[in-house]
Design a protein around this ligand. Structure first.
Ligand code: NAD
Length: 485
């Protein structure tokens, strides 16, 4: 599959209408080859306005608003069925757009379907509440949809990230206007098409493709958008929160990370080594929860880091559709260049390259956006490379002397998304897990994900939570109804 090589502009979806929009179409490029995937239509401010008004009207219609929860759930299950039937095609599509390993894309397609099933189950089982009465009245708490939810997503994992937003927002009774990343524009288009096929009323799930500066800003600024659910960089998240505050629109923000991954001397070091490699280099490091600051207890530091460097140099860098590949290209050439610049900056600051540090020499990979998995030593936690998110296959290694020193360094970051701890001393693991400021902490595992637990960040890694039972509440407003008796 090599994508669409024609000049035809790929349209986007408003209601049940496919339109190429009034914005300037943009190119989708395959980062593994540099080849074109095709031209994509861009939604102008007027197109975005039409999409939001279409969503608002559809959400207000009884057809959706009064649909019983088990009927809504049935549609979500049918969307999951269709994602499963089309999983291979969806995986290929994502691989062509962001260069992710094909097997990772297949797993993510299954994860997308699982999100629709999970929120379908919540949709038909979630209760309203009767609060304890403080007088001669009945006090009820109901959960209402916001109305129109804007979903804005990044390029690293659209199959899962977009599904977990859209499934929860729909289960809660909202209508959605989704703007996918300009680097991965067509996965959402395909899933919205499948949603129509599954029987979702037109206008309840709309997709507007385009750049952040035009389409994204227009969506965030639209007065009829009542909740903005954003996943992406911290700087973009702050800009969105500022804009939303002007009209008291709600925001749910899943932002960046610089997660500490901790190895105590008493850990099962072989398992820890596997966990550290997977934790930072899966998805070529383009993961918000990547364990990018490795803290190793000083007594085992030298040996552990040496083994890690050897294992890193042995990772097979190759095309995403080659089953032997372990490290795929970065998602775009512009992003590869950014990662390269940050590694050069770290070198200038005095870091020592212990593995990788450059593009691969392999001529077969010369046309793709590849960068070798990289380990940097001789860095302090306050160095720029330890404080700024790289979002690529770059690991910083740091020794620590004791638990107090470790916790202070691990928490010395603006971010608070995730952390990992390896030790066989459970009370110690527990103390550290409680002391680390992060939305998710893994003990003797890393990057284990589940739709059934809440996910989100402390500090500048975001606000609000997605997934888990409470994930649906992110897309609802509580309403109190009191009945005098
Ligand atoms: P980004 O912030 O550049 O873009 C994300 C989305 O926002 C894109 O669709 C983009 O077009 C849009 N956008 C950009 N500027 C906008 C604006 N002013 N108004 C409205 N929309 C705008 O992020 P990215 O480079 O696509 O993704 C990488 C970032 O995403 C990393 O920082 C990573 O940590 C983060 N991320 C976080 C999570 C999480 O769950 N916490 C998951 C994945 C990625």
């Amino acid at each position: 599959m090599h994508g669409d090589h024609t000049q035809a502009v790929r349209p986007f979806l408003i209601g049940s209408t496919w339109t190429t929009g009034q914005g300037q179409p943009f190119e989708s490029i395959n980062p593994a080859t540099g080849g074109r995937n095709g031209l994509i239509g861009a939604a102008s401010k007027a197109d975005v306005d039409f999409a939001v008004r279409t969503a608002k009207a559809a959400q207000a219609r009884p057809e959706w608003r009064q649909m019983l929860p088990h009927q809504r759930a049935a549609i979500l299950h049918r969307i999951a069925d269709l994602i499963e039937v089309n999983a291979e095609e969806l995986a290929d599509r994502q691989m062509r757009e962001n260069g992710k390993l094909r097997r990772e894309c297949v797993t993510q397609a299954a994860g997308g379907a699982a999100a629709y099933r999970y929120f379908a189950a919540i949709c038909e089982t979630m209760p309203s509440e009767i609060a304890p009465s403080r007088g001669d009245h009945l006090s009820m708490v109901l959960y209402e949809p916001y109305g129109v939810v804007a979903a804005i997503t990044p390029w690293n994992s659209p199959l899962t990230l977009e599904s977990q937003k859209v499934a929860a927002a729909l289960a809660a009774g909202n209508a959605v206007v989704l703007k996918p990343s300009e680097f991965t524009p067509t996965i959402a288009l395909r899933i919205a098409e499948l949603a129509l096929e599954a029987g979702l009323p037109p206008g309840i799930f709309n997709v507007v493709t385009g750049l952040g500066a035009e389409t994204g800003t227009a969506l965030v600024a639209h007065p009829d958008v009542r909740l903005i659910s954003f996943t992406g960089g911290t700087a973009t998240g702050k800009a969105i929160a500022r804009e939303a505050a002007g009209r008291m629109a709600a925001v749910a923000l899943e932002l960046g990370g610089k997660s500490p991954h901790i190895v105590f001397a008493d850990a099962d070091l072989d398992k820890a080594l596997e966990g550290v490699l997977h934790g930072v280099f899966s998805s070529t490091g383009q993961s918000c929860i990547a364990g990018t600051r490795l803290f190793v207890e000083r007594s085992v530091y030298e040996g552990f880091v040496q083994k890690l460097a050897t294992a890193t140099n042995a990772l097979r860098v190759g095309p995403p559709d080659d089953a032997q590949s372990q490290i795929a290209p970065l998602s775009s050439f512009i992003h590869r260049d950014k990662v390269e610049t940050m590694v050069d900056m770290a070198r200038e600051d005095g870091a020592t390259v212990l593995a990788g540090g450059s593009r691969p020499g392999d001529a077969r990979l010369a046309n793709g956006a590849y960068f070798l998995p990289t380990i940097l030593g001789n860095v302090s936690n306050s160095a720029r490379i330890c404080q700024q998110e790289v979002f690529g296959p770059v690991l910083c290694v740091l020794p620590f002397d004791n638990e107090a020193d470790l916790v202070a360094q691990a928490n010395d970051t603006l971010f608070g998304l995730a952390a990992g701890v390896w030790t066989q001393d459970f009370p110690k693991a527990w103390r550290v897990a409680r002391a680390i400021e992060a939305g998710t902490v893994w003990i003797n595992t890393y990057k284990t994900l589940s739709v059934s637990v809440p996910f989100g960040g402390f500090k500048e890694s975001g606000s609000g939570r997605e997934k888990g039972f409470f994930g649906i509440r992110t897309y609802q407003e509580p309403k109190t109804v009191m009945v005098g008796l």
